[in-house]
Design a protein. Sequence first.
Lengths: 360, 263
Amino acid sequence: MGELKLLKGNEAFAEAAIRAGVDAYFGYPITPQSEVLEYFMAEKPHERSGMVVLQAESEVAAINMVYGAASTGKRAMTSSSSPGISLKMEGVSYMAGAELPGVILNVVRGGPGLGTIQPSQADYFQATKGGGHGDYRLIVLAPSSVQEMYDFVKIAFELTFKYRNPVMMLSDGVIGQMMEKVQLSDPIPRRTDAEVIKECPWATTGKPKTRERNIITSLYLQALKQEKHNIHLQEKYRMIEESEVRFEKFQCEDAEYLYVAYGSSARIAQNAVQKARAKGIKAGLLRLITLFPFPKKEIASLANNVKGMIAVEMSAGQLVEDVRLAVNGKVPVEHFGRMGGVIHSPEEVLNALEKRFIGG
Amino acid sequence: MDEMLYKEIVSKENLVYEKTSLMTEKVLSYCPGCGHGTAHRIIMEVLDEMDLQEATIGIAPVGCSVLAYEFLNIDMQQAAHGRAPALATGIKRTWPDKIVFTYQGDGDLAAIGTAETIHACNRGENIAIFFINNGIYGMTGGQMAPTTLPGMKSSTSPYGRDIKMMGHPLKITELVAQLPGTHFVTRQAVHTPANVRKTKKAVKMAIENQLNKKPGLSFVEIVSNCNSGWKMTPIQSNQWMVENMFPYYPLGDIKVNGDFVNQ
């Protein structure tokens, strides 16, 4: 194993990419994720692993550079924060349509509009329901620690190539900016061009005489062909829902009340569970790791054992809608969350549970 | 015709022209009289003659040539509107030994994709941009383009382009020539055999600049007609192009080997 290092979440993401054998990163500065590009540039990944890092002229250009590199089978990634992610959504929709691998990190800040540079989780809908135009899904991973900002890069690339579907890491300003100890892994060398060509027979790597030309496109002008393509995409998303759900349970065994949360809100909710238990309230936490696929079955099953659930998220209530769909009316599902860059305290999260379910 | 006589005439040694195998068998979707087909063929002939099929990755834009990959027998990517130079950057940076080109129209390159065009040029990406300028949005039905001439009619300038209201036609080729990142900038046409030969020479230079890893981007504008969009016959449109487009968009090399050409 590699060494232990104190890193910011954004830096851990960049370090993980160099060590995971990623081929290219294209980015554009925006608070609170600019450390990704800054860390890369300081680390000279071209010397360390041969990885390409380029500051693009815009978020739009950056995601399209990812599209270009991904179309050749290379491991390519970008990162931004909320307003920049909105700009990238055109390219993300094209990547989903053309079935391209690629990893996009969103270090979410408060919105709408220019909003604030403080942390938020208000981009849940954008991440989990597609975000751009057309019927598509991203695989969405939600890190809740600096270690996971590091570990999820490798997982994201495994998933994105396995399904040829873009993966979003939905982080937030808390996780991106805070520093924690990170257990680094040993570097994996980048694949050679020959290995890329072998691993990605679909990629546009130059047409030899021995195969037909490869074309990367999301365009099927005839409606029936486009529908067939859509059916194929939907089948892929169902497969992902069957196989890739990830979550973590904290004190759920005997829980009467359940917090459902992801990212930094899950850390706060975990603290609230401890505070509740100290007061004799049997609270538990379901921490979501994948937001798409969503753990529908697990939540439906937990609804048989608890008296109520609260979705805790730094938003006006987005995750809560998916929880309610999964619970399907079996128990009450409430929402608690601050907005606009305000981070809720464990006390507030505990108060919300007591007020809505216990009274007083 | 007598079959024996036919075979005698159509023999290998009598052939003066053969379609390059880098053009597919698919029938072109372009309007009869349009310059796109000729431009496609020239680029593919150059790649064929230089034996670069396996080395080349092309990028199709949004516009009339959105389906270029149906006709060009090489690996190709289809880009979002205006983003082709960003795709090309992503490819070339990760495959520096490949030949990478974009094929873009005026709306794609000089309106929605202006930022991508200028910054790819300014970074000196070692790619080729083939820019077809016909002064109109052909695919969507003949709307005004950034390169539509003053007074020129289109479906969104039905009384002619009023430059006070709609701005001036953009000479983006002269603009990118000013950037130190461009190595070769030229403007050509494909309406006569002589012009086809000159364009082919320009395309070849653009490809050679990549092969020889010359510093910077090669930018080849091809002024072309759009007889359908201009509501003319093919012959009328070529005459109109010579009389109206060429004075505003003069043909010839602007920058060769990184140096301005005295005109």
